[in-house]
Design a protein around this ligand. Structure first.
Ligand code: HC0
Ligand code: SF4
Length: 585
């Protein structure tokens, strides 16, 4: 341990702790701005400066390690003045359009100004006048608002391993963006939106979809259908001041009805459907391999559109490894515009399908020509969790006081297997719950159906299951050890795909989610998202699963009926037409 004094208080902290952390561990909060716990400590903003006795200059507390006998002062007159000047200098180059900024009232820069008691605008700097980059269907980049904290650079390079955002040019002309001034749409951006979750100001935000959704709701000739992703229910409450991990499924449904949506369906229904289709696809590929036919193994999940965009950029020769399944919300959209349209007597062109997703890349996904049927996009608009919260507030709904509602039939019933899609490892676990039972007639041989090595926040997780005594049709699998891997965040995906590209992957099946931790911490989820919040959202998701009577996708009675009355069989003709696609380089 290291002993030091902070604000006349003797404290002891583990060796290697920064002054900033030492203070925080002892309930002394040092104002800060660019710092992100455990992720980003580069001292670029210097707001966290402190006085260290004996040092000639003020020290950025996030950058300096606590030393034995150090004497630190965090709130002296000199320190307070320095912070105020630093803030005012940043403000001198910042637009003052707070009232119309998407981050108004939710801006870390605004909050810091309040904390530092900035009352004067003493400096009027030369302003940067850069064009707003609206080229991406997912993300808007407004570098005039950027305060060069470089959090997004760290996330994009070190966490996601994509490396699209970097500091370009020098001095006053420095901007954060793709090389050669490329617009985001022309760079290799995955549209994962992780940068939008850490941007403290309005420089990186999701592209607005609230206005098209309001227009559809107000259009007299539109029947507007909404579906909600598995991860929304564990995070939406945070936008209304509830504790992270509070499940708000029922309130969310009631809010959507009060806003005027004509039907509220659950993406989880289609997650169950995905398991049936993807599980059979996996078995077909393994069967081919076991019978000496060409088969692209490992099969890799295809439901995360940021991941799809990444593999298209980085491993275009390996697209055949992707499952041909569309992502669940696209499957549900395709069913709404076919099955539901026919049942309810509404023409597909009069239906407007909205998906609420924790993901910014889904805004791009719905524009893909591979994901349309009969000339209609499967889904018409994607709202992030943050956007839905804004709309609920705009509609004058007192969210906390709402009674619980129920999803509409028949596309609203789901099992626990679908709930866990929201978290890294969930799709794999859900698939194995069904695949093992289809092959052997028995439940997974794990306690409470949980494959715990596959859950949690590690970047790459693996498991093996040996098939014993399969049913006759699956005799070829007797004694086969199924090897699976799970990763979330694109840098883990790159490692697993490098093995595939070198022909050295030992796995049969790989789950990839584009965001660290899976959809619970997608690019469209409430800010902030850190590991403590991820853990709480994850716990809520498993609680939802464990509370369900039906926890395996093949037990969903409406899925059984859908096959009987409409789709006929997994991987059948209608499934291929509506639920599957091919991505080509
Ligand atoms: Fe996900 Fe999904 S689980 S990608 O993480 O598969 O966004 O929540 O909706 O579509 O179901 C996100 C979350 C989804 C889809 C589902 C998948
Ligand atoms: Fe990087 Fe993702 Fe942001 Fe694109 S969306 S710039 S890949 S963090």
């Amino acid at each position: 341990m290291v002993n030091l004094t902070i604000n006349r208080k003797p404290v002891a902290v583990p060796e290697g702790t920064t002054i900033f952390e030492a203070a925080r561990q002892n309930n002394i909060l040092i104002p800060h701005f660019c710092y992100l716990e455990g992720v980003h400590q580069i001292g670029s903003c210097r707001i966290c400066v402190v006085e260290v006795e004996g040092a000639k200059t003020l020290q950025a507390s996030c950058m300096v390690t606590a030393q034995e006998g150090m004497v630190v002062h965090t709130h002296t007159e000199k320190v307070r003045k320095a912070r105020q000047i630093l803030y005012e200098l940043m403000l001198s180059d910042h637009p003052r359009d707070c009232l119309s900024c998407g981050r108004n009232q939710n801006c870390e820069f605004q909050k810091l100004g309040e904390l530092l008691q900035i009352s004067d605008l003493r400096f009027e700097g030369e302003r940067s006048h850069t064009a707003v980059d609206t080229s991406s269907p997912s993300i808007v980049r407004d570098t005039a608002k950027c305060i060069l904290c470089r959090r997004c650079v760290t996330i994009c390079n070190q966490i996601q391993g994509v490396g699209v955002l970097n500091a370009q040019k020098r001095g006053f002309k420095t901007v954060i963006g793709p090389a050669a001034d490329l617009p985001l749409n022309s760079a290799d951006c995955a549209f994962c939106g992780q940068c939008t979750t850490v941007c403290p100001v309005g420089a990186l935000q999701e592209k607005d979809s609230t206005q098209p959704v309001w227009r559809a709701l107000f259009a007299p000739d539109k029947r507007v259908i909404i579906q909600t992703a598995p991860a929304i229910r564990a995070a939406l409450g945070e936008e209304f001041g509830l504790e992270p991990g509070t499940l708000v499924t029922g309130k969310m449904i009631t809010a959507l009805r009060e806003m005027g949506f004509d039907a509220v369906f659950d993406t989880n229904f289609a997650a169950d459907l995905t398991i049936i289709e993807e599980g059979h696809e996996l078995l077909a590929r393994i069967s081919d391999a076991c019978h000496g036919k060409p088969a692209e193994l490992p099969m890799v999940t295809s439901c995360s559109p940021g991941w799809i965009k990444y593999i298209e950029h980085r491993f275009p020769q390996k697209l055949g490894h992707l499952s041909t399944c569309k992502s669940p919300h696209m499957m549900l959209g395709a069913l709404v515009k076919s099955f539901y349209a026919a049942r309810s007597g509404v023409a597909p062109q009069d239906l407007f399908v909205v998906s609420v997703m924790p993901c910014t890349a889904k805004k791009f996904e719905i524009t893909r020509p591979e994901l349309a049927n009969d000339g209609y996009p499967n889904v018409d608009a994607v709202l992030t969790t943050r956007e839905l919260a804004k709309m609920i507030k705009d509609a004058g709904i007192d969210f906390e006081k709402l009674a619980d509602g129920q999803f509409d039939d028949p596309l609203g019933l789901s099992t626990g297997a679908a709930d866990i899609f929201a978290t890294s490892g969930g799709v794999m676990e859900a698939a194995l719950r069904t695949v093992h039972e289809v092959v052997t007639g028995r439940e997974l041989p794990f306690d409470g159906l949980r494959i715990t090595p596959l859950s949690g926040l590690s970047s790459i997780k693996t498991a093996e299951i040996t098939i014993t005594d399969p049913l006759e049709a699956y005799d070829f699998l007797n004694g086969v050890t199924l090897k699976v891997a799970v990763t979330s965040g694109l840098s883990g995906a790159r490692k697993l795909m490098e093995q595939v590209a070198q022909g050295e992957s030992p796995y049969h099946f790989i789950e990839v989610m584009g965001c660290p931790g899976g959809c619970i911490s997608g690019g469209g989820q409430p800010r902030p998202t850190n590991n403590a919040i991820r853990q709480k959202r994850m716990a809520a998701i498993y609680q939802e699963d464990e509370g369900k009577e039906l926890r395996k996708s093949h037990q969903n009675p409406f899925i059984t009926r859908l096959y009987q009355e409409y789709l006929e069989k997994p991987l059948g003709h209608k499934s291929h037409e509506l639920l599957h696609t091919h991505y080509t380089a």
